[in-house]
Design a protein. Structure first.
Length: 163
């Protein structure tokens, strides 16, 4: 179902989280649950994966992970403040020790000069704080952007779990 590279990353996240006794959560928009799906593709992942929030709409971002509507109105759904709030909200709304959030423009439409197709913002939250990262994948096709974002999110989770 997933490329080997993504499955290896998912396994590494699970192993590192187990070693620390940590649980993980995701808040996903443009990836639509692919990060959680990659983690749960690995047998035995239930001892690490706490829950996943698919917050595709702005209303879901607010209702499920507490992104203030004002943040979305001021900065847009695809923005650093929204990714930060999604990650922090997923952590707060779960029993997890680490949470990753993904929001972006996968395409083929929906892009603009300011926020082109392929722009993805990530947030990573632990009890120590939240970090964000911006990636620009270009207009390489919806599936490719979503898989690249899934890989990047797993890499961020691994960084977060390893500390």
């Amino acid at each position: 179902m997933f490329p080997t590279e993504i499955l290896e990353l998912a396994r590494a996240v699970l192993d590192a989280a187990r070693a620390r006794g940590w649980h993980a959560a995701t808040a996903e928009s443009c990836t639509g649950g692919l990060v959680c799906a990659a983690l749960t593709e690995i047998a035995g992942s239930s001892d690490v994966v706490d829950r996943s929030f698919v917050t595709y709409s702005n209303a879901a971002k607010t209702a499920l992970v507490g992104v203030p509507a004002e943040v979305i109105e001021a900065h847009g759904a695809v923005s650093e403040p929204t990714a930060r709030a999604m990650a922090a909200g997923a952590l707060a709304a779960s029993g997890a020790d680490v949470a990753v959030a993904i929001t972006g423009v996968a395409g083929p439409g929906g892009g603009s000069a300011e926020k082109p197709v392929g722009l993805v913002w990530f947030g990573l939250a632990t009890r120590d704080g939240v970090m964000t990262r911006e990636m620009r994948y270009g207009d390489r096709g919806r599936g490719a952007v979503r898989l690249a974002a899934t890989k990047a999110a797993l890499e961020m989770l691994l960084e977060g779990v390893k500390g």
